[in-house]
Design a protein around this ligand. Sequence first.
Ligand code: SF4
Length: 322
Amino acid sequence: MRDFAYARAAGPQEAVQLAAPPHARYVAGGTDLLNLMKDGVQEPDLLVDVGALDLAGVQSSPEGVRIGATARMSDVAADPAVTAIPVLAEALLAGASPQVRNMASIGGNLLQRTRCWYFRDATAPCNKRAPGSGCPALDGVNRWHAVLGGSEHCIAVHPSDLAVALTALDATVNTLRGDGERSIPVGEFYLLPGSTPDRETALHPGELITSVDVPTPGRGTWSRYLKLRDRATFEFAVVSVAAVVRLAGGVVREARLAFGGIGTRPWRSPEAEAALVGRPLTAATAQAAGRALVRDAVPRRHNAFKVDLVQRALTQLLGGVR
Ligand code: SF4
């Protein structure tokens, strides 16, 4: 590991000031960043520790839940305001292991890096890690890669379960930077890779995530998260589905669907949602939504199975809507 400086911020404003140099990085739980540093994948000059900032609370109101950026995943998953939103609690508990969830922060979870193993091998070419060096995943081992949202420069999947649930819930990411605060809808927070896969989010350099706002789902709304993975614990999604659905009189009045494991960012599908709204929720309509979801999929040599698997996952999850 390369040498680096370390500073502990006393408050959010001081953290932003400390993180002004271009090669500074924030750290809270460190469960992803420190592994990347040990492997030489990320080499910051300065770590600004925000783990002790007063940003760890979970506050609820009739409008929704505000989750502090440094709150631990396990604490958030156990909070009554969060367990009242099943898709959110289930996505939190589907991520990582109990030990990691006891350390990992909400902000760090949203900013964790892809599990593309070419990215995590500092000796391999990778446009995300070293722009212009190439993407060996396009024609290489791409079982874990995206079938939606990819480009000729990158097809890596975003690994966060939590981000998938937040996408279905229309959450907002609140931040602080040198010129003030701002709120970013989670649907605009993650960027498609395009020709700049090294840019993953809408955050500006040195911008600090302070909290996440989750609007309260409407009365009578059903929500769940289904994650399919290669083993039962501590594994990233092969495919996952977050569904927020409201039925009335047997007809779907509202549907918000987001998917993990298949897209280069947490994947919201307006096409799949439109295939459900205004129709009775049957196996046939769920299957039609699945077909709409994958209409533009670009499968690769090792990941074509995801196109079928994610449709089955959606049908299974929607089969439980009450
Ligand atoms: Fe790098 Fe993206 Fe290609 Fe993986 S898929 S090797 S992260 S450019």
